[in-house]
Design a protein around this ligand. Structure first.
Ligand code: NAD
Ligand code: UDP
Ligand code: UDP
Length: 322
């Protein structure tokens, strides 16, 4: 029998890729989204598919449906979007987790949380293993996201200890790919859109801060493997590509691959911007028999092709910025 799977945040960047892969595997998918940063366009090609249903709903409100598995991805992920309405960001992480955990408890569903490398804050341990507790400012401008996601992890573990829920937690490191919103504000989409439009490439700070970039297909493969692990496995498990780049290296690579003549310009480094980030993926390799297969150059070529196509049409403005 087909599994019935709920994907919250299913019309966002990662959610829409996940929904597609689940449908391709033969599952029934209920996609729940309030279109805060996601767009209907990301899933409109699936509307009419007999195993796909799209529901506009805010996870801060209770949801009564019958499902076997829940992937909880609903949450703005880009700093400019999650900082636009920070109270709503914490509510989405915390109330959203409570509601989805309550739902999982009632229907005895397995539930996976899309957590983040931001739980490590500005890390003093490098690379970051799952056992590192992090270095997080509880009252800064990133805290609505970081602490919201940390609290969601706490809730997941308390529902597991107290109600024996079947939980899975993945900590996702910077992931990019087609279907990121052109106004998303994260570094990969910003640089590509700027390069393709011939606008200045905006490096925040000196560009020596590092990130490790994972391509969306690799990420989705890993989180589906995580959901399918045997029940004693809860995570958290880091998912990401351990190849680390400075932001300046990324800018130069985007310029090379687009052939753009955009200039690189400096902008102030935002408060609490982590200086370095790189996942230790030893656990993911062991537990999931997974490691990323698409390197940055290859993934950027695919992503640039997507944005090139998109920019020839009109892009919608996400609800969080309209
Ligand atoms: P995204 O902004 O494209 O997707 C988030 C989706 O959640 C959007 O479709 C948005 O409309 C929806 N959403 C937001 N608030 C909601 C609410 N209250 N109710 C219902 N839907 C809501 O971002 P993404 O990159 O696809 O991120 C997906 C998940 O993965 C997020 O939880 C994010 O924190 C996590 N994550 C992503 C990355 C990354 O690099 N992409 C890294 C770490 C964690
Ligand atoms: N909930 C939901 N769907 C369900 C069951 C519960 O959205 O099918 C929500 C409901 O709002 C509830 C929350 O999940 O407040 C937590 O549920 P739980 O059973 O853990 O706690 P309680 O109902 O006692 O608050
Ligand atoms: N960044 C940048 N220029 C941009 C957007 C981002 O230099 O136009 C930097 C940002 O300051 C951070 C890194 O790129 O150091 C990654 O930022 P992003 O918002 O993609 O994700 P983060 O990992 O900070 O959540």
């Amino acid at each position: 029998m087909n599994k019935k799977i709920l994907v919250t945040g299913g019309s966002g960047f990662l959610g829409s890729h996940l929904v597609e892969k689940l449908l391709a595997r033969g599952d029934e998918v209920l996609c729940v989204d309030n279109f805060y940063t996601g767009t209907r366009r990301n899933v409109e090609h699936l509307i009419g598919h007999k195993r796909f249903e799209l529901m506009r709903h805010d996870v801060c409100l209770p949801l009564y449906v019958e499902v076997d598995e829940i992937y909880n991805l609903a949450c703005p992920a880009s700093p400019i979007h999650y900082q636009y309405d920070p109270v709503q960001t914490t509510k989405t992480s915390v109330h959203g987790a409570i509601n989805m955990l309550g739902l999982a408890k009632r229907v005895k569903a397995k539930i996976l949380q899309a957590s983040t490398s931001e739980v490590y804050g500005d890390p003093s341990v490098h690379p970051q293993p799952e056992g590192y507790w992090g270095n997080v400012n509880p009252i800064g401008i990133r805290s609505c996201y970081d602490e919201g996601k940390r609290c969601a992890e706490t809730l997941f573990f308390d529902y597991w200890r107290q109600h024996q829920l079947r939980i899975k937690i993945v900590r996702i490191f910077n992931t990019y790919g087609p279907r990121m919103h052109p106004n998303d504000g994260r570094v990969v989409s910003n640089f590509i859109v700027q390069a393709l439009k011939g606008e200045d490439i905006t490096i925040y700070g000196d560009g020596q801060q590092t990130r490790s970039f994972c391509y969306s297909d690799d990420l989705v493969d890993a989180i589906m493997r995580m959901m399918d692990t045997a029940d004693p496995v809860t995570g958290p498990v880091n998912i990401g590509n351990p190849h680390e780049f400075t932001i300046r290296q990324l800018a130069n690579l985007v310029l090379e691959l687009t052939g753009s003549r955009s200039k690189i310009v400096s902008r102030p480094l935002p408060q609490d911007d982590p200086l370095q980030r790189k996942p230790d993926i030893t656990l993911a390799k062991e537990l999931l028999d997974w490691s990323p297969s698409i390197e940055l150059r290859q993934g950027l070529i695919k992503t640039i092709a997507y944005f090139d196509q998109l920019l020839k049409g009109e892009a919608e403005v996400p609800a969080s910025l309209s």
